[in-house]
Design a binder for this molecule. Structure first.
Ligand code: AMP
Ligand code: ZN
Length: 484
């Protein structure tokens, strides 16, 4: 089946054909690491995690680059570097702050079961490449320097606006552009910014001390690791303008108008009480807070219950519903595991042939949904339908064919796994029988010790077992145990 994706630049669904056979070069804008990761960020990175999983499922090899922004991202109100500002407040080194939040970000995404990108390049590790690119843009007359600042001259790039459809000439000066006295046109944007004397983040350049603009960072890291043309570039929808628009202008000016990106994918916002969840609005729930309340896979199921391009509202009710849904799916897995233990080897009965067909049909529908621009809500609906059919079948059968049960079991696990579900440790949990045997062994050991008069050790075993929720009771018929 053919995969179709919604390409922001063309505003429509298109057949997905990478530039080079089955190889996919993909870049997703990473976080600015100056604070905790919140559920809004998680929504975007979970969406791209599933996109990567699906591409791999379809047989593509994916090279996934996701940067870490550690300089150059300025606050909307005071145009201060977000990292430098926070480091100053905390009286620590900016890179200490970066290192801390970068590690926590990776930990959060690990906890959510998000597969790590192949490379997580940091902007400050690419200053030489950035400076070289800015020099080249000046040479090509796409950029100009004034008083230690270098700006990209938007009027020189006639295709400006091709992604966002925002044409600079149609914009009122200053309405969405940073006003700067050295700019030729208000819509020009900074490639290199002059640093204040006491700036915490500054590097030497041909234009004096300064730091790179946020837009050139992603452009250069994209070009460096993925070449002059990328298959996929992603981020949330707020990055379309100006961040991604500016990336196109810079890269295509550098490479001689080679189309920088074939498919632009953008996620919708995660909202809370109908408003975008954002650090600046103070309405955010961190991933860590969410994980204290809800299970990681329930958070994932909640996020995937909406299409990645739609908005999704974060409510306790929806997360609880996701938890209940997840429980239903896991119950089906358990029922299948149990049924497999007393299954038989034989030819399929009529009822078995029927369920086999249903499972195959639902598997087909799952693939169809995912192939239509990664339609996870539709895919999840087929997963629940699959679970209902399996439950009904198991409820009606005393015994079933082992081959059939195995096939159904694998089908369910495979489809869940491609959404990042069914990764819970419980699948590897020791069986009840093993737990019983181990407790019995400890009880016998304790009785032996008591008989030998070693009460210190035997009481120690009793206390440890109690801590783990196993209570021992000495009766006239010997020692009995129960779980608390
Ligand atoms: P930042 O750390 O602000 O650069 O954001 C990192 C990524 O998360 C960007 O692609 C943002 O657009 C995205 N993002 C931030 N807030 C939300 C949100 N509420 N919903 C979806 N994506 C978001
Ligand atoms: Zn970016």
């Amino acid at each position: 089946m053919v995969l179709r994706v919604f390409n922001t630049i063309d505003g429509k669904l298109e057949e997905f054909r990478p530039l080079l056979d089955t190889h996919v070069g993909m870049y997703v804008c990473g976080p600015t690491v100056y604070d905790w990761t919140h559920m809004g960020h998680a929504r975007t990175y979970l969406a791209f995690d599933v996109i990567v999983r699906w591409l791999k499922f379809k047989g593509f090899s994916v090279f996934y680059v996701q940067n870490i922004t550690d300089v150059g991202h300025l606050t909307e109100d005071s145009a201060e570097d977000k990292i430098a500002k926070k480091a100053k407040e905390k009286r620590i080194e900016p890179m200490q702050l970066v290192e801390f939040y970068m590690r926590e970000y990776l930990k959060d995404l690990d906890l959510l079961g998000v597969e790590r990108p192949d490379i997580s390049p940091r902007a400050t590790g690419h200053l030489i490449e950035i400076i070289e690119a800015v020099e080249s843009l000046i040479k090509k007359e796409y950029a100009y320097e004034v008083n230690g600042n270098v700006f990209f001259d938007v009027s020189k790039f006639e295709d400006y606006g091709m992604l966002s459809k925002i044409k600079p000439k149609a914009m009122l000066a200053g309405s969405r552009f940073e006003i700067h006295p050295d700019k030729r046109n208000p819509q020009d944007f900074a490639l290199w910014k002059k640093a204040e004397k006491n700036a915490l983040l500054k590097w030497w350049s041909p234009w004096g001390y300064g730091f790179p603009g946020w837009h050139i960072e992603c452009a250069i890291m994209g070009l460096k690791y993925l070449g002059s043309q990328l298959d996929i570039h992603g981020g949330a929808r707020d990055l379309v303008f100006p961040h991604h628009e500016n990336e196109i202008a810079q890269c295509e000016a550098l490479t001689g108008k080679k189309p920088f990106v074939k498919y632009w994918l953008h996620t919708g916002f995660l909202t809370i009480s109908g408003e975008k969840m954002a650090k600046s609005l103070g309405n955010y729930v961190t991933v860590r807070e969410a994980l204290e309340k809800y299970e990681a896979e329930a958070i994932r199921l909640f996020v995937l219950s909406a299409h990645y391009r739609s908005e999704i509202n974060f409510t306790d009710k929806r997360l609880r519903a996701a938890e209940a849904g997840l429980r239903r799916l896991y119950n089906t897995i358990s029922s299948l595991e149990e049924a497999m233990e007393h299954s038989v080897k034989r030819k399929l009965t009529e009822a078995e042939k029927k369920i086999k067909k249903k499972v195959e049909k639902l598997e087909f529908e799952f693939v169809e949904a995912m192939d239509e621009d990664f339609n996870t809500p539709q895919a999840i609906a087929t997963l629940f339908e699959l679970s209902r059919e399996i439950n009904r079948f198991l409820g009606e059968q005393k015994q079933a064919s082992i081959e059939l049960l195995k096939e159904i079991y694998e089908a369910l696990l495979e489809k869940g796994k491609v959404l990042g579900l069914f990764q819970r440790e419980r699948i590897k949990k020791p069986s009840e029988k093993l737990v019983n045997d181990l407790v019995k062994l400890l009880v016998e050991l304790r009785e032996n010790l008591r008989r030998k008069g070693d009460f210190e050790l035997s009481d120690g075993i009793r206390a440890k077992l109690r801590e783990s929720g196993v209570v021992l009771e000495d009766t006239s018929e010997g020692c009995k145990w129960k779980l608390t």
